[in-house]
Write a protein that binds this ligand. Sequence first.
Ligand SMILES: *Cc1c(COP(=O)(O)O)cnc(C)c1O
Length: 226
Amino acid sequence: MVNQENYSKITQQLRSKNAVLVAVSKTKTVQAVKMLYELGQMDFGENYVQELVGKYEELPKDIRWHFIGHLQTNKVKYIAPFVHLIQSVDSVKLLKEINKQGLKNKRIINVLLQVHISNEETKFGWDEKELSDLLSLNQSDLGEMHNIRILGLMGMASFTDHHEQVRNEFRRLKDFYDRYKCLQVPNCSFNTLSMGMSGDYEMAIEEGSTMVRIGSLLFGEREYAK
Ligand SMILES: *Cc1c(COP(=O)(O)O)cnc(C)c1O
């Protein structure tokens, strides 16, 4: 159910780089999550709201839940009370809703902005222009969202065997990250660059990732793509 050998290997690789492992448990059972949790894993990622809420209810409350899928504004309220980090924020509308739900729950909700770095149209995320508009210094909307904190960026590289392309996409994301990291943007304190999955996490780490999201190497292949 859990590949312990891969788990030890990956955690060791990440430790020396000070990077965080998010174990992506989508479609996997509560028992599988529990097994990894008992090995010391605290950060788990899900991409469906209903599945996340179900697992949250059944599992230990000190687990840090990351939301990594496409999030509809009308579903933010279900995860707002407990989610640790929403990694897939792709619109101002969503930011505003997360802020509203943060206020309701009297907490500050940490988010990452998902950047579109791949050549695949189907993937969500901000492009360069939208990102710079949002984070530009005279942007006032952000400053009023007191219940969110933007901790950095997340991106998914293209699904391809062309390693150089993937590397270039990671480099672009790292460039954006470095560019905005030092700016005095309201409600932003960049410390997280989430990039790298089972197939490309080693390269992502080489290119400066501070957080990888790994599913199949830990839990085995998923039965169907989600
Ligand atoms: C499914 C998923 C992952 C993990 O994918 P693996 O290839 O199984 O490691 C990482 N990030 C996101 C956004 C995902 O949806």
